[in-house]
Design a protein around this ligand. Structure first.
Ligand SMILES: [Fe+2]
Ligand SMILES: [Fe+2]
Length: 264
């Protein structure tokens, strides 16, 4: 049985130390095999924010897996944004923007959906390219049964009703079709600071909110998720910050039937 903690949108520069400590206390009880961080590590991609994030990552007593988000690109330094967009990420976090982690029980594939610019008004919107779709699908398809197949991307592949004014990742339909055929089990994302799960084309979509920044939405407190299980059955536990600690808000149960995941 694999136990993965999914945290997101830490937004260093806007982090709340009390909530960060609460997360660490909770993780000490869970003792996850892996911590997945789905982007927006910093608030404004500043050096001091990356330095604080680096200390957090270095002190994290669990293996971690991380992809960048749109906030990890500079919004103010245009030269940096267009000519060396990932230089700080690669200096302070990891040289690899799209990591792959392969263990005896699961594979995690990371995809970088943040873009310096796009052919749309909202540059915070993400995109997954045809080359990225093909790479993920080929990588996942080659994995032997019965390993769990996870994909991590910052931007959403599905949005709940309260967030429909946002955009899903560009090329979502093409991507989800390819991922379903390749056998992706679960896509972990962040970006909109809401925690939710959904089944899309038989694939589990699971979002964590902002885990310990003060950029929370009114009805969505700080949150993270704990994913337990294997390729037959999974439980996703929603953890929410309330008063002075993270509490279990809800457990959701999923089962894989005829290559499709269902909520049970
Ligand atoms: Fe964010
Ligand atoms: Fe974001």
């Amino acid at each position: 049985m694999t136990t993965i903690a999914h945290i997101s949108d830490l937004h260093f520069g806007r982090e709340v130390p009390e909530v960060m400590q609460g997360l660490m206390a909770n993780l000490a009880q869970v003792n996850p095999d892996l911590v997945i961080i789905s982007g927006d590590l910093t608030q404004r991609a500043k050096v001091e924010e990356f330095e604080a994030a680096k200390v957090f990552l270095q002190q994290l007593p669990y293996p971690y897996f991380i992809v960048p988000g749109n906030h990890d690109l500079s919004a103010t330094d245009i030269t940096e944004r267009f000519f060396k967009p990932w230089e700080k990420w690669q200096q302070f976090v990891t040289p690899n923007l799209e990591p792959i982690l392969h263990t005896d029980d699961y594979i995690v594939v990371g995809v970088n959906t943040a873009r310096a610019a796009g052919f749309y008004f909202d540059w915070s919107r993400g995109q997954i390219s045809e080359a990225q779709i093909e790479f993920v699908a080929n990588t996942v398809r080659s994995i032997e049964e019965p390993k769990l197949r996870l994909l991590v991307a910052h931007h959403p592949f599905w949005l709940p009703q309260q967030a429909e004014y946002r955009d899903v990742v560009q090329n979502r339909d093409q991507a989800i079709d390819a991922f379903q055929r390749a056998g992706v089990d679960i896509i972990l994302s962040g970006h909109i600071h809401m925690a939710y799960t959904q089944i899309l084309n038989g694939v589990i979509i699971s979002h964590a909110g902002t885990t310990f920044s003060n950029r929370t939405l009114e009805t969505h407190p700080n949150s993270f998720n704990i994913i337990k299980g294997n390729r037959e059955k999974l439980t996703i536990s929603f953890m929410e910050w309330e008063k002075d600690k993270f509490h279990l808000k809800e457990d959701r149960y999923f089962q894989r039937i005829d290559n499709n995941w269902k909520i049970i």
